[in-house]
Design a protein around this ligand. Structure first.
Ligand SMILES: [Zn+2]
Length: 245
């Protein structure tokens, strides 16, 4: 085992808890490659690869892409970035986690830490139902908390915003069921290995990020921040507004 560095993260959470947003910022802050399985799948679909076409049917119905297809899409990218990654959307069940462990073990590596972003279900439904995405630049908006200047039009691209197919109510229900059936047991899988850190996803993006970085510093005070390839030192005083005491 390579015990000297802690650079291989998994981020978990219910849909809409903000793990995608946090994952991206965190990966950048820690100098890790951000690997979002949903983005990879969408890339394959856009490029109309065999895997992309195979996954399209499942995805457009709000169903999960079968593990066998996911492995072929995600694992090569994980292994390319084995020095430091943050995985978002993969693994999403214990079967996938075990396969990931096996692949990493071949390189004498392991998942170092799993971050579970939590939020109450009511808050999640509210966030997801109001989420809109720009089809061109992929920027994410929320009708209330991050609304565009002109209603339903991207600030950058001036094109109409879309609701993702998996943000419709029926699709959200399926994803919540999947969260209870798959993700929570997965969290337990990592908890039993003493690799789970739970952080509340409530509040503004910067507040949640601040919370996560605080927990990480407690967890691995020097190594987490020092060893990521290209890691930047997070400058808390510049990046974060002071919270009221
Ligand atoms: Zn845009």
């Amino acid at each position: 085992m390579n015990e000297s560095s802690h650079n291989r993260f998994v981020i978990l959470g219910p849909p809409g808890a903000g793990k995608g947003t946090q994952g991206k910022i965190l990966a950048e802050t820690l100098g890790l490659r951000h690997i979002a399985s949903g983005d990879l799948v969408r890339q394959h679909q856009a490029n109309e690869t065999t895997l992309g076409i195979a996954s399209q049917t499942y995805y457009s119905m709000g169903l999960l892409v079968p593990d066998v297809i996911t492995f072929q899409i995600v694992l090569p990218e994980v292994l390319k970035a084995a020095d430091g990654f943050l995985l978002d959307g993969f693994p999403r069940n214990i079967h996938q986690a075990e396969r990931l462990d096996q692949e990493l073990k071949l390189k004498n590596l392991q998942v170092d830490l799993t971050l579970l972003i939590t939020a109450p279900e009511e808050e999640i439904m509210h966030r997801l139902a109001n989420r809109r995405v720009c089809p061109t630049c992929k920027r994410v908006y929320h009708k209330q908390s991050a609304a565009p200047v002109v209603d339903n039009v991207c600030d950058n691209c001036q094109v109409p915003l879309l609701q993702r197919k998996d943000d419709t109510l029926d699709a959200i229900k399926i994803r919540m069921e999947e969260y209870h059936a798959q993700t929570l047991p997965l969290a337990q899988y990592y908890r039993s290995q003493n690799k789970l850190m739970e952080v509340s996803g409530l509040g503004e993006v910067q507040d949640v990020l601040h919370r996560i970085l605080g927990c990480l510093q407690e967890y691995q005070p020097s190594e987490t921040f020092a060893n990521g390839p290209g890691a930047q030192q997070p400058n808390l005083s510049l990046s974060f507004k002071k919270r009221p005491v």
